[in-house]
Design a protein around this ligand. Structure first.
Ligand SMILES: [Zn+2]
Length: 327
């Protein structure tokens, strides 16, 4: 069982024995004077390619504990090293924009392609409010994207059940809905990245992970809104903040699901969740191209059945979306 510590990282290194810290410059600077103990090594992680990670495993001194301090990349690298070295893992996410810290999956890249090589649960997750609050607010509120995505994901899951007979669990869906509602009910705290807002995000990331494990698939939080994210990264060969581009997808899918997209936009604004593509560096051409390619991408990547299987996204639609999202 993973122990969740809400508060601060202060002094925790003193109890960790000989430890290796896998981190990056900024996150390390936020905790290094407070974490305590003396790390046997501090590694600034530069990527998640398998060859690079194996080199890290070989070069590290022998340690009792591995700390992963930072965002998704440092966290994933630490998971891999702790798994290979078979030693306890302590994660200190210094930003809550992605939920890698609650997921047991270890994601490694082979020639740029993500593969999940193993599962490992950390022994401890330490939420250091001070470090998290020092990051740009928008990056933390992006952590709401993968929870708010429940809105459109549940619709797609049920639709798939009705149209294709895919297994569907009403109880899990109801619990996911409850998680989503709790998120929206705490919009203000999340927007302001208060301690309570951070706690809600962390607890909901955990809850969502539990529901996915229970369902045996990502359906409770992943549907056609994620297709927007996959398609835009594939098309532009750039990477975006996951929760923000997923949030754009929620807006688009809501429209086709006949859910009120203006209400959805209002809810996302109230959480400070950035979803207008211009605000995260997407051009009009890229956006329109992405929308026109979503269906074919979904087919090529054999993504699960969704509302995209029932609609045609026209250029006129795409232009209307862009106008609405740029207003
Ligand atoms: Zn996601």
């Amino acid at each position: 069982m993973t122990e969740l510590v809400l508060g601060s990282v202060d002094g925790l290194g003193s109890y960790a024995g000989k430890y290796a810290a896998l981190t990056m410059e900024i996150p390390w600077s936020l905790v290094k004077d407070r974490i305590g103990g003396t790390p046997a090594s501090v590694t600034m992680v530069t990527g998640l390619e398998n060859e690079y990670l194996d080199q890290l495993v070989d070069q590290l001194p022998s340690v009792d504990t591995v700390f992963g301090v930072g965002g998704g990349v440092a966290i994933d690298a630490a998971k891999y090293v702790a798994w290979k070295r078979q030693c306890p893992l302590i994660l200190v996410p210094t930003i809550v924009s992605v939920d890698a810290y609650v997921s047991p999956e270890i994601a490694v890249r082979y020639n740029g392609v993500v593969k999940y090589v193993a599962k490992l649960n950390p022994d401890k997750i330490i939420i250091d409010y001070k470090a998290i609050q020092s990051a740009p607010k928008n990056l933390n509120t992006a952590g709401a994207g993968d929870i708010y995505s429940i809105t459109t994901a549940l619709f797609d899951w049920k639709l798939a059940h009705e149209k294709t007979g895919e297994s569907y669990d009403e109880r899990i869906a109801a619990e996911a809905q409850k998680a989503r509602d709790r998120l929206v009910a705490n919009a203000d705290e999340i927007k302001n990245v208060t301690e309570k807002g951070i706690r809600v995000l962390v607890e909901l990331h955990k809850e969502e992970n539990r529901l996915q494990t229970l369902a045996g698939k990502s359906r409770p939080e992943e549907g056609s809104e994620h297709t927007f994210f996959y398609t835009i990264e594939h098309l532009t060969r750039r990477s975006f903040v996951h929760g923000q581009s997923v949030a754009t997808g929620v807006f688009i899918s809501s429209h086709y699901q006949r859910n009120d997209e203006d209400k959805v936009a209002h809810a996302m604004d109230s959480m400070g969740l950035v979803f207008r593509p211009r605000e995260y560096g997407v051009s009009r051409e890229e956006f329109i191209e992405t929308l026109l390619s979503m269906k074919s991408y979904s087919e090529k990547a054999t993504l699960p059945y969704s509302i995209l299987d029932l609609v045609e996204i026209t250029r006129a639609d795409a232009e209307t979306f862009w106008k609405k999202l740029s207003a």
